[in-house]
Design a protein around this ligand. Sequence first.
Ligand code: AKG
Length: 276
Amino acid sequence: MRDTGTGRLDPDQVEFFRSNGYVVGDDLLKPAAFAGLREHFERKLAALPADERPEDMDVPHFTDPELFRWLLDPDVLDVAESILGPDIALFSAHFFCKPAGDGKGVPWHTDAWFWRETIHPPEQAVTIWLAIDPSTAENGNMVVIPGSHRQQADGPYREVRSEESVFTWELDVSKMPVDTDRAVPIPLRPNQFSIHSGGLLHSSAVNRSTIRRCGFTMRYMSTAVRFNHEGVGHKHQIFLARGEDRAGNVYAQPWRAYPELVDARGKGQRVVTADR
Ligand SMILES: O=C(O)CCC(=O)C(=O)O
């Protein structure tokens, strides 16, 4: 029998997600699993090379296969399944850890714009954003434009020159028919989560507070969606997380490291530091 967790979204949450492009939920992981992830993250952070920023802990699962414990946790996949259906691929992960005092901000964007060359259609991919730390207005919680995932326009984007930005590209919201004053904050307690559509407009501010703000993003798509390895120069891998392939995608083996991908990408952690 398939191993399922208890984290499935209820019909109201699914309806909220469909109309707003995101929804919030409580207690994504069981207490022991969440505690394990937090400890694991603290070890990784403590071992982060001095020249790497904690906001940039992108694709950490390529060098740290233990992260599949959480990325493939049935409770997490049940949430993804509520939105995507039973056939699910894990396509990415990222610790967005903004240190206290000088944590970088995340400019306005849709994830779909960043994935436009690789995921077809990109707005059908989703991100589960799990709070490792309290995420508040003071330390730069995510803010979203409800319903923006239904908007056709996405752009123009321009280069960001600020050292205080996690990304080097941002949506020029002044040229978009959106009112960022309408942005809705998503404050979260540790182990609360949000799930957002690839088409949702979102951002987050710098962290000048005294409290760190770390979120673990786990990104999934239906296996009916096509992942174009060519579009990312074969420097990425996706993993069959649940169910069956529906689009002729090529999947890698979970629970093993892919340091050559990180080397090819030219940034990120190269060493698995957790000792178990
Ligand atoms: O962590 C943040 O503030 C932003 C995260 C984000 O942009 C994303 O999950 O797509």
